[in-house]
Design a protein around this ligand. Structure first.
Ligand SMILES: [Zn+2]
Ligand SMILES: [Zn+2]
Length: 287
């Protein structure tokens, strides 16, 4: 499996010359199974979704989009991507709901219909299926579990494909005050993942803001990656004001977790392999 982050910003897009190398689009990740030329699974649909046509050679998208939660930065790309808003697109969109009785399309429409937006979800071209997303497995590939955040239901997503595991927690209130129950939920979702793609919006010195916004501080994420025995940590959902130079500085400061796991900072449109560690290191995985 491999993935391409199409948007690595948190909260709101970051246009301008200071944000070119890491990229300014908000959360969206394209996941490829081994041997696939085009992605069949997308995680989140922030403005990064607008980059999808470059991966599909202009063809419409067929596959699934799983939303971690419904904050604007994770769904705002839906009506602006010609690969999914397309008469020949076939999309199953998984919308986090808090009860099996909730209509996922109606929930999405609360922020995505007049007067907030000119059209509702039913105005998207193509064949759309709006599926409720609740804790648990969608199928053998995708499992979601609750993560602490702020302002509504938020999920982390675990993708198991080709014998490898990617865990994606873009918005995670992980800091000193996170309850042990919330932490245990997140740990069980992430345990043993080969790559953890995680919220890296703040650093410890910004803790009061991280706490108020329901986000992580990088220092805490490094410990979390060790506790969960992940293979590699990739930080994403970068602060929208964090310039390329500042991210380079952070990348130099945080090259490894305390136990020596590699850490990198996601860049828009840069592919990352998710390889089973057993295959890489010839050792049994601890999970
Ligand atoms: Zn977000
Ligand atoms: Zn959020």
């Amino acid at each position: 499996m491999r993935f391409v982050p199409l948007g690595v910003r948190g909260s709101t897009p970051a246009p301008g010359p200071e944000f070119v190398r890491y990229g300014g689009h908000t959360s969206c990740v394209a996941v490829y199974a081994d041997g696939e030329d085009v992605p069949g699974l997308l995680l989140d649909a922030g403005t990064g979704l607008r980059m999808l046509p470059t991966l599909l050679a202009g063809e419409p998208f067929t596959g699934r989009i799983v939303l971690s939660h419904l904050h604007w930065d994770h769904m705002q790309g839906l009506p602006f991507c010609p690969s999914v808003d397309n008469p020949r697109a076939r999309v199953s969109l998984y919308v986090p709901v808090d009860s099996p009785d909730t209509d996922p399309e109606a929930l999405l429409a609360r922020g995505f219909s007049p007067p907030n937006f000119p059209i509702g979800p039913d105005g998207l071209l193509g064949e759309w299926q709006f599926c409720p997303l609740l804790t648990g497995a969608i199928d053998d590939t995708v499992t979601v579990g609750p993560v602490a955040h702020k302002g509504g239901n938020a999920f982390g997503i675990r993708v198991s494909l080709d014998g490898a595991v990617l865990a994606y927690l873009p918005d995670h209130a992980l800091h000193d005050e996170t309850s042990s129950a919330d932490r245990a939920d997140a740990e069980s979702l992430v345990a043993g993942a080969d790559v953890l793609l995680h919220d890296g919006q703040f650093v410890a010195a910004e803790h009061p803001v991280a706490r108020d916004y329901g986000h992580a501080s990088i220092e805490t994420v490094l410990d979390f990656a060790d506790q969960c025995d992940v293979g590699e940590l990739v930080l994403t959902h970068h602060g929208p004001a964090r310039t390329d130079d500042q991210l380079d500085e952070l990348a130099t400061q945080f090259e490894h977790t305390p136990q020596g796991r590699p850490v990198r900072f996601a860049k828009q449109n840069t592919s990352i392999e998710v390889t089973p560690r057993a295959a890489v290191q010839g050792r049994r995985r601890v999970g």
